[in-house]
Design a protein around this ligand. Structure first.
Ligand SMILES: [Zn+2]
Length: 74
């Protein structure tokens, strides 16, 4: 990943995503997708760690990837 470990991280399995924060050891959030996970992570970061931007950047990257993914035909 990046040179400096980001505060927020996702622990993704095949069925779910757990969001954690290295500064808030007790804090965990649950999401169904990485995109949702980064949205939760970015919200936590903005609320609790307003000086950090890593999760918000990751969310923007995830949103971009999501947008660029072609919708499969019905
Ligand atoms: Zn935190």
């Amino acid at each position: 990943m990046s040179k400096k470990d980001a505060l927020l991280f996702l622990d993704a399995t095949t069925i779910s995503v757990v969001v954690g924060c290295r500064d808030c050891g007790h804090w965990r959030a649950f999401a169904w997708s990485k995109l949702e996970g980064w949205a939760v992570a970015a919200a936590h970061e903005a609320r609790v760690h307003p000086d950090e931007r890593a999760a918000q950047k990751a969310l923007h990257m995830a949103l971009k990837r999501h947008r660029d993914t072609p919708t499969p035909p019905e």
